[in-house]
Design a protein around this ligand. Structure first.
Ligand code: HEC
Length: 99
């Protein structure tokens, strides 16, 4: 059991993590604020809250993430994410829950 635990920790910490899905990045780096709307953060899957943000255009939103915006630190909690990953995260958060 203990070995299993250590092995899974190693897997999590390995470069394999680069291949993590958008949802995994969200869980790790964005949901701490965007799940509940901390400090006025637009909530995940809340299309109404995201509409005025999306109206600014993708480039402006990318800039907000990279430079930080008010209570949001630069890069959210994923300073190493690529533009493509940020865009995917914005789409993920601004669309209604798919279920
Ligand atoms: C420490 C809390 C926190 C984390 C972590 C965080 N955000 Fe935010 N985010 C905020 C807050 C607060 C706002 C609203 C800022 C405002 O308008 O005053 C915001 C706003 C945004 C916006 C809208 C920006 C705009 O110009 O209107 C985007 C896009 C965004 N976050 C994406 C992300 C992504 C992607 C991640 C994960 C990589 C992330 N955030 C992680 C707190 C956070």
């Amino acid at each position: 059991m203990r070995v299993c635990f250590i092995v899974s920790l190693l897997i999590l910490a390995s470069p394999l993590a680069l291949a993590e899905s958008t949802e995994e990045i969200y869980n790790r780096a964005c949901q701490v604020c965007h799940a509940t709307g901390v400090a006025n953060a637009p909530k995940v899957h809340d299309a109404e809250a995201w509409k005025p943000r999306l109206d600014k255009g993708m480039d402006a939103l990318l800039g907000s993430i990279k430079n930080g915006l008010n209570a949001m630190p630069p890069g959210g909690m994923c300073p190493d994410c690529t533009d493509e990953q940020y865009k995917a995260l914005i789409k993920f958060m601004s669309s209604p829950k798919s279920e």
